[in-house]
Design a protein around this ligand. Structure first.
Ligand code: GLN
Length: 472
């Protein structure tokens, strides 16, 4: 595009065409009505000689990221008519770098779930096997990259929502260090955990998009002021000394044979790079799912208080103020969101706070300390991204605990705030169908670039599986 061989308008048209051809996957909630205009602006900037790192690159963003003048639904009936009055910092930075937003991706309602089945706009289908979920909550963003609509998309990851759908669809999914990417304009789920993260099909693309979206933002009070330089790091490559890698023993249990085989492939690949691979025990991670749901639901119950049908959400005409709010919430929220608000309110309530919320916060502290001490001995930790590949629609959606248990490999990392990358490591054949498996690489706080460098080194050896799903 920089050389003028393809125009941003052509790239956009091709992305829209692919998305339309795979409409049945239900990956997008809306196409961006401003996309043509954005493409024209980029074309003019390129013509004027501006050098743009993402000139004309079509991207998809999760529908909880605001783009001024377009709908942001969060996969909820509550926000069906909401039009963003401003643009999220991460999205603003993509646009400034020349990207064109093709559309807004389907997601679990308010980013609560692990399968994209809780969306008010219907589930997204996994392109590898359409009777299966794409993972969640950023299922639409994952599928947009896996099915080849766009090379890059953004999701959000509170407890695994970028990494797990990446694993289920066979692409990279990266959760940066908490605070690395601005949360300004990302609709809040659990503010102490929420991070924006990219999906991509190469380490080089991950570095490129991270260089664009990461970095300090005065509009987000938890934004970190730390250097970025992901592409520079990639050029410099991994250090000469052998990498010390720890495989987390707690994550070795309860996996399907295909996930264990993928973990073995990762071990062998890392050893092939000269890494010293050992095992490391992080006993606190066994309490991670319980602690995560006792920390994220109180935060969510506070954050979602604004959807009262007055400040935000569709107004319900019914009696007095309380009746009207109750009616708006009853009609606007789906069952999982209601469950979270009830759980979160309960965990914070007088008499239960000490037993639940405050205890969970102590577990969070313990988990953070365990990661910190493991990182005194290891450069990188490894676990599966999920103990199993994509499950079938309905397999877990009737049982909240079974759904929460699916987060067993991702939530401890979120509680510790450290960065993690899900790397596609091949497939497991289930009922005759090949399903992708992801393995998760974890680094210490602010060592995000190490994970992308490692992925690039694995890619160069041919160890990363970037096959496409079998689409018509
Ligand atoms: N599955 C987790 C939850 O439902 C994580 C969701 C997310 O990362 N947004 O809370």
């Amino acid at each position: 595009m920089s050389r003028g061989e393809v125009t941003p308008q052509q790239a956009l048209a091709s992305a829209v065409e692919r998305a339309e051809a795979q409409r049945s996957l239900n990956a997008l909630i809306s196409l961006n009505p401003l996309a043509q205009e954005q493409a024209q602006q980029v074309a003019a900037r390129v013509e004027a000689g501006e050098s743009l790192p993402l000139a004309g690159v079509p991207v998809v963003i999760k529908d909880n990221l605001n783009l001024r003048g377009t709908a942001t639904t969060c996969g909820s009936r509550m926000l069906q008519a909401y039009v963003s009055p401003y643009t999220a910092t991460s999205v603003q930075r993509l646009l400034a770098a020349g990207a064109v937003v093709v559309g807004k991706a389907n997601m679990d309602e308010f980013a609560m779930g692990s399968s994209t089945e809780t969306s008010a706009f219907g589930p997204t289908l996994n392109p590898w096997d359409t009777v299966r979920v794409p993972g969640g909550t950023s299922g639409g963003s994952a599928v947009s990259v896996a099915a080849g609509f766009v090379p890059i998309s953004l999701g959000s990851d509170t407890g695994g929502s970028v990494r797990q759908p990446a694993a289920f669809t066979g692409v990279y999914g990266f959760k940066p260090t908490y605070g690395r990417v601005s949360r300004y304009g990302l609709v809040a789920h659990a503010s102490s955990l929420d991070q924006v993260g990219p999906f991509a099909r190469s380490a080089a693309d991950l570095a490129l998009v991270m260089d664009v979206i990461a970095g300090h933002d005065p509009l987000d009070a938890t934004s970190l002021d730390a250097p970025t330089g992901f592409r520079d790091a990639l050029r410099a490559g991994l250090p000469e000394r052998p990498l010390r890698v720890g495989v987390v023993t707690q994550a070795l249990e309860g996996n399907t044979p295909g996930v264990l085989a993928a973990l073995e492939r990762m071990r062998a690949a890392l050893a092939g790079l000269g890494a010293q691979v050992e095992e490391v025990s992080l006993p606190g991670t066994e309490y991670a799912v319980a602690a995560y749901y006792l920390i994220s639901t109180p935060e969510a119950s506070s954050n979602l208080a604004r959807y009262d049908g007055m400040a935000y959400g569709a107004r319900a005409a019914a009696g007095d103020v309380n009746a009207s709010m109750a009616a708006a919430r009853a009609a606007g929220f789906g069952p999982e969101v209601k469950r979270r608000i009830l759980m979160g309110t309960y965990a914070l309530s007088s008499g239960y706070y000490d037993a639940y919320y405050s205890k969970a916060m102590r577990v969070r502290q313990l988990i953070s300390q365990e990661f910190a001490s493991a990182f005194e001995r290891f450069d990188v930790l490894v676990t599966p991204t999920s103990p199993f590949p994509a499950f079938r629609f309905g397999e877990r959606s009737g049982d909240p605990l079974a759904m929460y248990a699916a987060d067993v490999d991702t939530v401890a990392i979120s509680l510790a705030g450290v960065p993690a990358l899900s790397v596609p490591m091949g497939t497991e054949t289930v009922d005759g169908v090949a399903l992708p498996v992801g393995i998760q690489l974890i680094a210490p706080t602010l060592h995000d670039a190490r994970l992308i460098m490692l992925a690039a080194a694995l890619e160069a050896r041919g160890d990363v599986h970037l096959e496409r799903p079998p689409l018509a």
